[in-house]
Structure formats: C-alpha cells, structure tokens
Design a protein around this ligand. Sequence first.
Ligand code: ADP
Ligand code: MG
Length: 452
Amino acid sequence: MWEKTLADVELQISKPNFLTWFRNSRLIEKNDDNGAVTIGVSNNFAKEWIQSKYHKMILEIMRNFDESVNRIDYIVLTGNVEEKIFSQTKPQVSPEIGQVGFVEFAADPETNLHPKYSFKNFVVGSSNELAYAAANAVSKEPGKKYNPLFVYGGTGLGKTHLIQAIGNEIVRNFKNRIRVKYVPSEKFVNDVVWAIRTRRMDDIKNKYRTVDVLIIDDIQFIGGKERSEEEFFHTFNILHQNNKQIILSSDRPPSQIPTLEERLRSRFEGGMIADITYPDYEMKLAIIKNKTQEKNFFLSDEVSHIIATKIQRNIREIEGIINKLFFYKEFKNTEIDVRTAEEIISATLHQNMVNINPQQVIKCVAEFFEISPQDLINKSRRKEVVLPRQIAMFLMRDMLGMSYPDIGDKIGKRDHTTAIHSFEKINREMTKDKILNQKVILVKEVINKNSS
Ligand code: ADP
Ligand code: MG
C-alpha cells in the first residue's frame, strides 16, 4: 500500500523533493482495529515537513486505496538523528562512475586520516612545490617549523591530499608517540554545535586540545560561526603554546576569508602560508602518468596529451576523466583511441558546465519553499520570501563560489552589500538555528540531485 501511495505522491511533487522527503520511508504498521497507519521516515525534519506539507495529500491517496485508513502517524526510523543529518554535510563530490580499480580503504578511526593520501603518490610540480616543501618539513619535525602551516588553493588542486599526507607521514615516522587528528572544518563546527546543545564543552576540549598534530581542512567554513571561531581560537592558542603542530587548508588566503575574526586571521598569518595553483601542462602529464600507472592502465601519448590540454584546471577532473576512460576500457574491452577520448572528455566537460548554475539554485530554493522563482528575485519583503532569498544568495556563494556583485545581480539586481549581508547572516545563523541548518542542508541536497 505504501508503495502505491508513494507512486502517486511522486506524480504530484517534484522529483528532488520526493527523493529528499520520502527516501527510505516505509510502512511500519497498520492497525486494522482503529485504521491507524504508522509510517517511518528518515529523519526528524522529514517527519515535520511531511506532516505539515504532505499529510493531507498522503491521507487522501491512501484512503483511495484503502478506505479504512483514517489516521497516519509518522515516526523517525532508528539511528541518531543528529548523526544522520550532520553526516550529510560532507562536501559534495560528484561520484564518478569509474571508482573501479581503486581499492577503497576506510579512514583510520583514531586519526581520521585516509591511507590513500601519501607523499609518495603526490605529484610535485611548479604549482605546488612550495607547499610540498613546507609539508615535507612539517612532517619531519612537527611543531618545530612552520606553525601553523596554512595551505590554500582552488578546489580539486590537492589541498586535502597534501595535508592528509603530512598526517600519514607523521604517523609513519613517529608511530604512537605523536597523536594526529584530521577533521574537515564542518565536523569541527558540528562538534561545537553539539557540545553547546548538550552542554558538554569538555568533550571538545578533550578531543581537540590533547593532540600533537591537529589538521583542519577547509577552515574557511568557520568564518562567521562565532562559537566555533571562539573555540578554535582557544584550541589554537593552547596547541601553539605547547609547540603542537597545526595544519590548515582553505580555498583562499586568510586575508580573503570574509567573516574571519581578526585575531584568528593574525594567528593564521603568523606561520607559513603556501598556495597551490593550477598545474601546468607538464605537471598534468605527470599526474596522468601517475594515476594511470596506479591502475595498470595504459594510455597513449596522444590521449594523455588530449587530456592535459582539454582539462584546464582541476586535478580532480583529470582523475575523473581517467576513471571514466578506464571504466570504458574495462567495459568495452578495447584500448582507448583518440576519438573515444575526445568524445568522453567533451561530454564530461559539457556536463560539468551545466552541472549547477544560479538559475538552478533559484529554482530549487523557490520550489523547496513553495514560492515562485519570481518571488525570490522581486522586491517583496514578506517574511516568507526574505529568508529563502537569503538562502539562495548564501548557496550561490557557498556552492558556486560566485562573487557578491554577481550574486546581487542574479537576485534582482541587488547591491553586492545585500549579498554579503545575506551570506553572512545565513552562515552565522546556521550555527545557532538547528532547523535553519537542516533546511540549508536539505536544499543543497535537492540542488545536487536536480543537477546530477
Ligand atoms: P582539494 O582538497 O584541494 O579540493 P584534493 O586534495 O581533494 O583537492 O584533490 C583532488 C584529487 O586530486 C584527489 O583525488 C587527489 O588525490 C588528487 N590530487 C591532487 N593533487 C595531486 C597531486 N599533486 N598528485 C597526485 N594527485 C593529486
Ligand atoms: Mg579538500
């Protein structure tokens, strides 16, 4: 019965909304005595949302199938709700079809480091040699030189790889004598939010202030999250005073993280700042060689050349292409010729380009909040549209990395200060307002689903 109901629901709401709210839902029981049906849904927020938005529709549909139904209760299916929701905040990396050929190891539960990142498989070239040298020095003598080490650069250029490699190298060199911990900054923020809510700030202190090497990835995300900045500031000072090594990565230099507190900025600038820039042709070739050798995958020089010239910027993209070509080869059992390579590359590049755009963000946000896209753009200051509008601006920055003037322009030719204000407000409020946080996460999911 639930499956039939879902099939009807699916016809009446958008696909992304359907997937977001009804994924994993199931019929728990139907009480034939009183006509009460219990539906299990995946999290608290879905429960509230379904209750307030879709309940009437669901009841109607169900009664079409079975008149004896006169009541529906929704319950959250097992598991820690917080965990479930927060686990969705992981950066969205589009899954490539060709994970074939990689042995997938899990991250180490103690250090949280992933064994696949090492110095050995990190290709060094002009775009990252300074960062690499600093990383290498830090791994030999953690806490002595370059503290903190701050690595910044665009997405997919190897920051996570490099800073995790430092961690792995330290573990290798010093075994149990040095305690290393790696965390993405969202995880740090979530820990702080959780600690505040459960009044267990000591947990945070125990977790982060007792390590010898603390590695935080994508630190720009803590900008504007006041309690997290505060907590991190103290953690930083204590570790630093005790000559413990701190390693940070960010998509931009400290001076450009818009909402970062001054005192943190100056701490970051007090160590070594190294950037990673775009790889040049030779380095891209070296990366292609390296990645194909790892999988015993032979690519001709011509094909390697095509990849290196067509893929302009991102190393992650190069990996993606190699995986796709590899997959194709395994699948069709043929060597990759120039034409095949060109076709696959151009299909991928095209796909990446249309992947997510500002219009999609507007459309998805509007749909999510059940207002019209026009409402988001026009001048109305009604409460129901102001928040979605701010969220749309936040997401354009957060997901697409658009500039503030561009964002203002897309949202009804508003001034860039409005965009800044919106971004900062949502960024800040999300740490305090749980529901808002969940909404933003869910809208992101909808957008990602819509675009894939
Ligand atoms: P970022 O954290 O800067 O977004 P990642 O570290 O996640 O980028 O790198 C993206 C992918 O590219 C990863 O799979 C990583 O292993 C690979 N990669 C990046 N830089 C290099 C490099 N110099 N040598 C080998 N692989 C690299
Ligand atoms: Mg990264």
